[in-house]
Structures are given as C-alpha cells and as structure tokens.
Design a protein around this ligand. Structure first.
Ligand code: 5GP
Length: 189
C-alpha cells in the first residue's frame, strides 16, 4: 500500500457540491487520472452500472467485507454503507497513475490519517440553496431521505478547514481548471 500513498488525492465535500461532475471533467484531461470504484449498499440509480459507478452489494456482503478487513475506510451515510476497498487502490496505483477517491468527509478524514502523504481537496458549493437544488435533482426516493442528505451536507461544510485545498464550485469550468491544476502540481511535486 505504501507505494500508492504518494499518488492518492481525495476529492471530498458535501453531497451536492458537484464532486462527481468535477471528477468526470478532470478525468477527460488525462489518462493517468483514475478513480477508485467504491462499494455501496445503496440501490443503483437509473444509468448506474455495477463495477463502474459502484460495486453494489447487500448489507450482508458489506459486513463480510468489513469482517475480512477489506476496506481502507467505510462509513454509514444515511441508511446506506459506502467503502473504499484496499484492493481498488492497489489495482490502480501503478505506472504513475494519480488515484482519486471521490468520497464523503468522514472517509476523507480516515484516508488523511492512514496516508499522511495523500492530499485532499474540499469542494465548496456556491450556496446552501444550490446544494439543496442539486440533491433534489438526483430524485432520491423520499422527502425524509432528502432531508437527511441535506442535513448531512450542511454539517459537512464545517470541515473544510481540515483540507489541503478548498475550491469553490460556483462556475464548473473554473472549478475544474483549479482542481486539475492542483492535481497536476501535486503529481509533479
Ligand atoms: P451517493 O449515494 O450520492 O452516490 O453518495 C453519497 C455520499 O457517499 C457522497 O458524498 C459520496 O461521495 C460518498 N461516497 C461514495 N463512495 C464512498 C466511499 O467509498 N467512502 C466514503 N467515505 N464515502 C463515499
């Protein structure tokens, strides 16, 4: 695992900050930028593919992975579990790849502790209203789930000072360029 540590960059921030959108744009700029596929117990959304967007598993399967010590980090987020597999980082960390983890803030904290050489970027949404709008756009099932996500997202904002970099996502192009420059500088350094 230590071989990989220098090339790990965490992109975190509240759900609705645009983490995945920003990652998708950055990915287009370099073949060396690769993302770990996380494991989740959440049901797939329309258009999400197993093994591409997530490894979708049952809660029982997730527990087995915990018991077998397969995760670098995992969290319960709302009613579901999410985790990063050690094997994913090992699979991707080769040939100068820059391994990006797009994860929520608890997991980001664990990665910083486990890999002090890793770097972390916090994406800041332009406003709470915008954040709520983006979370609603996802079409989560119930109003209760929505409110849980919005509540978590607002509390996550307070953690931005723990990060190496904070980038505002007011304008997508500007944000993408800024994050890409950060990643480039880190990988050169
Ligand atoms: P969603 O259900 O919207 O895909 O993800 C919910 C939250 O979990 C998002 O903030 C997402 O970045 C985060 N997440 C996805 N995979 C992981 C993971 O492996 N570990 C952690 N800690 N968070 C994750």
């Amino acid at each position: 695992m230590s071989k990989a540590a220098g090339s790990i960059i965490v992109i975190s921030g509240p759900s609705g900050a645009g983490k995945n959108t920003v990652y998708d744009e950055i990915k287009k700029k370099s073949d060396k930028i690769v993302q770990t596929v996380s494991v989740t117990t959440r049901a797939p959304r329309i258009n999400e593919k197993d093994g591409v967007d997530y490894y979708f598993v049952t809660e029982e399967q997730f527990r087995k992975l915990i018991d077998n010590n397969e995760f670098i980090e995992y969290v319960q987020y709302g009613k579901n579990y999410y985790g990063t597999l050690k094997s994913e980082v090992e699979r991707l960390a080769s040939d100068g790849n820059i391994v990006i983890l797009v994860i929520e803030v608890e997991g980001a904290k664990r990665i910083r502790e486990a890999f002090p050489e890793s770097k972390s970027v916090f994406l800041v949404p332009s406003s709470v209203e915008e954040l709520e709008r983006r979370i609603r756009l996802r079409g989560e099932n119930t109003e209760e789930e929505l409110q849980t996500r919005i509540g978590i997202a607002v509390s996550e904002m307070s953690l931005m000072n723990d990060y190496d970099y904070c980038v505002y996502n007011d304008d997508l192009d500007t944000c993408v360029n800024e994050v890409y420059n950060i990643i480039n500088n880190i990988s050169k350094g």
